[in-house]
Design a protein. Structure first.
Length: 249
C-alpha cells in the first residue's frame, strides 16, 4: 500500500469586500454667453445703459462718428468691454449708405492699414474688432489677411459677425494665429420685445449645448430694455454673462 505525505489544508483567507467610496458630485458646467451691442457712436441717447447695466457686455463702436470717442470713454469708465465696429465693404454697396472710411477690397495694403489705424484712434480702449457689414470684404482672403496681421501686431481679437456664410475668417485664423470668435445669434432683426427675448433664449440653448455662445444686437432702446430685463433671469438659470474676450480663442 502506498501512502501519500500528509499536507495541512490551506486556510482560505477571506478578503474583505472593498468599501464603496462616495463618488464626488459632478460640477455642472456653467454655460456662458457674451452679448455684443453694435452701432454705438451716433448719439448718447442710451448712455444711461452703460452706467446702469451691471453685467459684462461688449460695446461695439463705429469710428469717426460725433460720439465715438465719448462713448468709448464712458463705456471704459463703467467697466464695459469695447471693440471697434469696423466698416467693411458689403456686396450691395451701391444700394445702401456707407459709413466713413470703409475698408474696400480694391484698396492696397497701405490704404487698408491706414483705414484701420485711423478707426482705432477714433475708438480708444478697444480690445478687438468686429465687422460692420462686410459681406464682400470678409470673403476676401487678401483683405482679411492684412486685417489679421494688424490685429496680431496690436494683440487684438476679431469677432466675425458672420454676415456671409462664405467668410474666410475661420479658415484664415488657422494660418494667422490671433484670438478669434464668431457670432452665433442675431438678437434684434425684428423690433419686437417677444422676438428679442426669444432670440436670447435661443442663445441660451446654444450656450448650454456648446458651453458658450455669442449674441449680437444693437444700440437700440428696445434691445437694451430686453437685455436689462432678462439678465437677472439668465443669472438665476445658471447662465454667466461674459465679455467676448473671455471666449475668443
Amino acid at each position: 500500500m502506498r501512502f501519500w505525505p500528509w499536507r495541512p489544508k490551506k486556510e482560505v483567507v477571506k478578503v474583505p469586500e472593498a468599501i464603496p467610496q462616495p463618488q464626488p458630485t459632478p460640477v455642472p458646467q456653467v454655460a456662458k454667453i457674451a452679448i455684443v451691442l453694435d452701432d454705438w457712436g451716433y448719439n448718447l441717447r442710451n448712455a444711461d445703459f452703460l452706467k446702469d447695466f451691471n453685467y459684462p457686455v461688449t460695446i461695439s463702436i463705429l469710428p469717426h462718428l460725433p460720439y465715438s470717442t465719448q462713448v468709448a470713454s464712458l463705456a471704459n469708465k463703467n467697466g464695459k468691454e469695447i471693440i471697434l465696429h469696423l466698416p467693411m465693404e458689403p456686396h450691395e454697396r451701391k444700394e445702401i449708405h456707407l459709413e466713413k472710411q470703409v475698408v474696400f477690397t480694391h484698396m492696397g495694403e497701405k490704404e487698408i492699414i491706414q483705414t484701420i489705424n485711423d478707426a482705432l484712434k477714433s475708438v480708444p480702449f478697444a480690445d478687438g474688432i468686429n465687422n460692420h457689414m462686410g459681406s464682400k470684404a470678409t470673403e476676401d482672403e487678401r483683405v482679411m489677411a492684412i486685417l489679421f496681421r494688424q490685429l496680431k501686431k496690436r494683440r487684438l481679437y476679431f469677432l466675425d459677425s458672420l454676415v456671409t456664410r462664405y467668410s474666410v475668417g475661420e479658415k484664415l485664423v488657422t494660418k494667422i494665429k490671433i484670438r478669434f470668435a464668431q457670432r452665433d445669434v442675431f438678437l434684434d432683426n425684428q423690433a419686437d420685445y417677444k422676438y428679442i427675448s426669444g432670440q436670447l433664449q435661443s442663445l441660451v440653448r446654444k450656450a448650454r449645448k456648446m458651453g458658450f455662445a455669442i449674441g449680437v444686437g444693437h444700440d437700440r432702446q428696445l434691445t437694451l430694455q430686453v437685455i436689462q430685463d432678462m439678465a437677472p433671469q439668465l443669472e438665476k438659470q445658471g447662465i454667466k454673462l461674459v465679455f467676448v474676450s473671455d471666449l475668443a480663442k
